[in-house]
Design a binder for this molecule. Structure first.
Ligand code: ADP
Ligand code: MG
Length: 567
């Protein structure tokens, strides 16, 4: 009798795992501890992969990027209070970037928290999460776990995707329930991200404006890449013949060597376009808010976005198309049959001339060898290897390392470039590398500034523990921006921007059984990188570049206030 009873009982931890499983969640990224350790064990027991990290922020970044790649929410599991807060940085970043992610965190005793009686890791997590997410839910009863997860999934992937916080109290995790009754409370979410069709009026208005344009330009953003409407977007770009600019993470949505890419004539194209089509790209700081020297005040805008409140956020939008990109581009393609758009051949030819000049200037920089190396000749070496491995993921963060790699490393496939994104954040590197390789099984090449790497560097142990096919290149110029800055006081402490130029990052990975290389020439980079990618073994290449190369804040030095005293 008592055995029977036991067999029919379940608890909160099992119910949430069963609910995740029912919704085809195959991986959880996290760091365990009180009160969620057993939850991770139960996940493994039912065949959900658990990837354990050294810091919650990296676990969260891995979850977020898997959400971006798969359109399914990435799941991050954290412990209460400090663990929760560490994960929140990644969750907030996911929301800002529009990546679907759910952070599930254990929290301490509800009653003690609410009376502020000083519980172990006491924190009102649900309320703290609210400003950083699309929604923040707390579950107080085990029979609500199924519905709570369903809401979390739907909220994270529908409309503009983003982060959701799910708070599971210690009581609910431990609460016992009849198994059959519990099974009835969990279900698979039906159509979690329904199509959102654009209005026929908005399509007509946009095509009329486009048909009247002489110098139109399409800007592809990571919203367009996320939508997985790759073929339709290519068709629209090619049928209209309009030049396009990819935003950083939209590189590869169409191959960077596409004849209509205006990337190497970016400023010219932006400042001379009369009609700009924003396709899943926001007019935020990354596009100078549509204002300033790169933009003409006369430019008119068509904007495709799933989020109506994005429209008119920085400049008036003449033709808003509110809907999901896949449906919207499909409607535009159909509309072209009645409102044709002629290919702007003269405009394309002028853009081509500008491209040629810029490409030649860049080629000179790329092909000039120096000792020690600089960003250009080191990145040339990487570019020449990656051209033979077009399917690898490229993770990229840093200041100069980011700016230069974005320009020099061409992408050929959609959603393969993963970088600092909307916030320009540092610290995503190893989390994104783990998330991309676990999700896809495809090799990842992470191109990291030495400073940027430091934020998540301990995760090389995670990479080695799970034997992931990740090759990390550290652009080591011994500093934030550059490594030759002087302490203004003149004492022996290094300047605020200086790091150790002779740091042997390559030895770090050896400590965990990975393979380290010390590269001082482009040839050494190439050999090591080829080996790293083809061996599929955790590899780290310490790329030694000149401490004197690099500009303060990279391409966005204008955002950095300079004090008079510092000049
Ligand atoms: P980027 O940084 O590449 O310019 P942003 O992240 O600024 O891109 O902009 C992406 C935009 O795409 C967001 O405004 C978001 O609402 C929108 N978006 C995301 N997914 C979709 C989708 N499936 N359909 C339409 N718009 C989308
Ligand atoms: Mg540096």
């Amino acid at each position: 009798m008592s055995t029977n009873q036991n067999q029919n009982l379940t608890d909160g931890m099992h119910i949430i795992i069963d609910a995740l499983k029912k919704n085809d969640i195959d991986t959880i990224y996290g760091v365990v501890g009180i009160p969620v350790t057993d939850m991770a064990r139960h996940a493994q027991a039912v065949g959900i992969r658990y990837i354990g990290f050294r810091h919650e922020q990296s676990a969260g970044n891995a979850a977020a990027i898997s959400g971006y790649i798969t359109q399914k929410p990435g799941i991050c599991l954290t412990v209460s209070a400090p663990g929760f807060l560490n994960g929140m940085v990644a969750l907030a970043n996911a929301t800002t970037n529009g990546f679907p992610m759910i952070q599930i965190s254990g929290s301490s005793n509800r009653a003690i928290i609410d009376l502020q009686q000083g519980d172990y890791e006491e924190l009102d997590q649900m309320n703290i999460a609210k400003p950083f997410v699309k929604a923040s839910y707390r579950v107080n009863k085990p029979e609500d776990l199924g519905i709570a997860l369903a809401r979390a999934i739907r909220t994270s992937v529908s409309g503009r995707p983003g982060g959701v916080y799910l708070d599971l109290t210690t009581e609910v995790l431990a609460a016992v329930m009849d198994k059959d009754e519990a099974d009835k409370t969990i279900f698979k979410v039906e159509d979690p991200a329904p199509k959102q069709l654009p209005s026929p009026y908005s399509i007509k208005k946009a095509l009329q404006l486009l048909a009247s344009a002489k110098q139109p330009l399409i800007i592809l953003g990571k919203g367009a890449a996320y939508a997985q409407a790759d073929e339709k977007i290519r068709q629209f770009v090619e049928e209209t013949g309009i030049p396009y600019l990819p935003m950083s993470m939209a590189k590869g949505l169409l191959p960077d060597n596409h004849p209509q890419s205006a990337a190497s004539a970016r400023s010219y194209a932006l400042s001379n376009a009369d009609v700009v089509v924003l396709m899943g790209a926001r007019l935020n700081w990354l596009l100078d808010h549509g204002k300033g020297k790169h933009w003409s005040p006369d430019t008119q805008f068509i904007q495709l976005d799933i989020e109506p409140t994005e429209i008119d956020s920085n400049r008036p939008i003449s033709a808003p198309i509110v809907g999901d990109i896949d449906s919207s581009v499909e409607a535009l393609l159909t509309g072209l049959k009645s409102i044709p758009v002629k290919s702007p051949n003269e405009w394309l030819a002028t853009i081509d001339e500008h491209k040629k000049v810029n490409v030649e200037k860049m080629a000179t920089k790329l092909n000039t060898d120096t000792s020690p190396m600089n960003y250009f000749n080191a990145l040339r070496a990487i570019r020449d290897v990656l051209v033979d491995h077009k399917d690898v993921y490229v993770v990229n963060e840093g200041a100069n390392t980011l700016d230069n790699a974005r320009n020099i490393i061409d992408m050929y496939q959609p959603r393969k470039r993963l970088d600092c994104g909307t916030w320009g954040v540092m610290g995503v590197g190893m989390g994104y590398a783990v998330g991309a390789s676990v999700t896809s099984g495809i090799p990842v090449v992470a191109i990291e500034g030495d400073s940027a790497f430091g934020f998540s560097g301990m995760e090389i142990e995670t990479i080695c523990r799970y034997k992931l096919p990740v090759t990390i290149l550290i652009f080591n110029n011994g500093g934030i921006y550059r490594g030759d800055d002087k302490n203004l006081h003149g004492d022996t402490d290094p300047s605020p921007t200086v790091l150790m130029a002779d740091a042997r990052y390559d030895k770090m990975i050896e400590a965990f059984g990975g393979i380290g290389y010390y590269a001082t020439t482009p040839q050494e980079i190439q050999q090591a990188l080829k080996k790293g990618i083809t061996s599929r073994s955790p590899t780290l290449i310490n790329v030694i570049i000149d401490p004197a190369v690099g500009t303060e804040s990279g391409h966005i030095g204008n955002l950095n206030p300079k004090s008079v005293a510092g000049n």
